[in-house]
Design a protein around this ligand. Structure first.
Ligand code: ACO
Length: 410
């Protein structure tokens, strides 16, 4: 049964729950997750069906509005997102001139998203009053702008760090969201770029798989910030910050670095011993909610082989990853703790095969997860029971004591 916190508090009871392992802070209709049985559904639709049949923007629509779009609604939605595919010139300047060339792309992305909020005061409750988001039209405009601009921000960070001219906007013709992202990364003045349809589809499916995962750390961050009444850009910037961490979206990058360090199948037993001795962590394994195989990891593993076939080379790290997974799954330490590969275990190998530098992997995750963040933002604003997020603490510090002058301390 569900016991409401308000009722418990009136009885003088306080639950102590570090990491919120057993505390619900909202009701939601967006994503259903059964970690014991390895089930994930967006708005009721199984992730396997969406990965097989849907597109990222269709999923973003469905997450936000709650229903699959009609064909006409989808085309309109795609057009509205595409209309914001040109980043504000100030943002391009910030990306080109504001950071060291070796700055981590996630730091640049979060900072640029924060800066983006300063350019649209009409969407800032601090400047225009708390009512700004009462209008669905105003909310939708921010959604189109953020979803449309995100890939261009990431592409410009990539271009700036690789000595390429900034991409300010271009005619995407009939390219879809993900194809135009690949185009923005690879675009060269005066040259026609045709995205590889199979690689673009693989990326699009990764965006679908990453789009939402109920109250993960970055989505909880989105709701937490939104509860203070801050503008949506600041909330998204903070969510990017949460995703950056290696225990969350940063694991995409950390897995690859771990595989490169292990180097060879022969070193797996020693590595797993180090994990068991708590000197290492098996990155890409374990999940707060899944006590079974992450359904997204199964799909991603299959895509990895399709991408290798398309690029005509097999990364030797895939054999290492497969063997590492096999060794871990047959090891008592991992079995006892129900640790399975998560979404990040194989996704980095796909990004690498497509040609992304390792540091960019979390940015790619962020593009997909933006759809979920915005759906939760909207759901929070609609919630009649919303409240500013303010967890309790158990104070364990000193009792009252008197100040001691600096010359009397030792
Ligand atoms: N490697 C080794 N041991 C692990 C791992 C791991 N990856 N994950 C959990 N464990 C162990 C813990 O040490 C703990 O053991 P103990 O009971 O003997 O102390 C037990 O399994 C339970 O783990 P918790 O840390 O309590 O699990 P929690 O739910 O707090 O953490 C997390 C989940 C952060 C994802 C963790 O599994 C982890 O750090 N994984 C590696 C990083 C990673 O891949 N993150 C991506 C997650 S998916 C995503 O965010 C998109």
């Amino acid at each position: 049964g569900v016991v409401e916190a308000g009722w418990l508090r009136k009885q003088g009871v306080l639950s102590y729950d570090p990491g919120y392992t057993n505390t619900a802070c909202c009701t939601s209709r967006i994503t259903y997750l059964d970690g014991e049985r390895g089930i994930l559904r967006y708005r009721g639709y199984p992730i396997e069906q969406l990965a097989g049949k849907s597109s990222f923007l269709e999923v973003a629509y469905t997450l936000y509005y709650g229903e699959l779009p009609t064909e006409q609604d989808l085309r309109l939605y795609e057009t509205n997102v595409a209309a914001h595919r040109t980043p504000h010139n100030d943002l391009v300047k910030i990306i080109s001139n504001g950071f060291r060339s070796d700055a981590h792309p996630m730091g640049v992305l979060a900072s640029t998203m924060m800066a983006m909020g300063t350019l649209y005061p009409e969407a800032n409750p601090a400047l225009r009053g708390n009512h700004v988001y009462e209008s669905h039209k105003v909310r939708e405009k921010q959604v189109f702008r953020i979803l449309g601009t995100m890939p261009l921000l990431v592409a410009n960070i990539y271009r700036s760090q690789n000595g390429l001219a900034p991409m300010v906007g271009f005619d995407t013709g009939d390219m879809n969201f993900t194809e135009s992202f690949l185009c923005a990364l690879n675009w060269v003045e005066g040259k026609q770029y045709k995205p590889n349809k199979k690689l673009a589809r693989a990326m699009d499916v990764l965006f679908v798989l990453h789009a939402d995962h109920e109250l993960n750390c970055s989505t909880a961050t989105m709701r937490q910030l939104t509860s203070s009444g801050v503008d949506v850009y600041t909330s998204v910037a903070a969510s990017i910050g949460a995703l950056y961490g290696p225990l969350h979206g940063g694991a995409t990058e950390a897995v690859l670095k771990m595989l490169e360090r292990i180097k060879s199948v022969d070193n797996i037993p020693a590595f797993l011993d180090a994990v068991k001795n708590r000197e290492e962590k098996l990155m890409g394994f374990g999940h707060r909610v899944y006590r079974n195989y992450d359904p997204r990891a199964k799909i991603i593993k299959k895509i990895a082989y399709e991408v290798f076939e398309e690029v005509g080379q097999v990364d030797p790290l895939i054999d290492l990853a497969t063997e590492l997974e096999r060794a871990a799954l047959t090891d008592e330490y991992f079995a006892k703790r129900k640790l399975y590969p998560n979404v990040d275990f194989y996704s980095g190998l796909i990004y690498k095969a497509i040609g992304f530098p390792t540091e960019f992997f979390p940015c790619l995750f962020a593009i997909g997860r933006t759809a979920g963040w915005l759906a939760h933002w909207n759901e929070f604003l609609e919630d009649p029971e919303k409240k500013i997020a303010r967890p309790m603490q158990l104070y364990k510090g000193h009792g009252k004591r008197d100040y001691i002058e600096v010359f009397s301390r030792w």
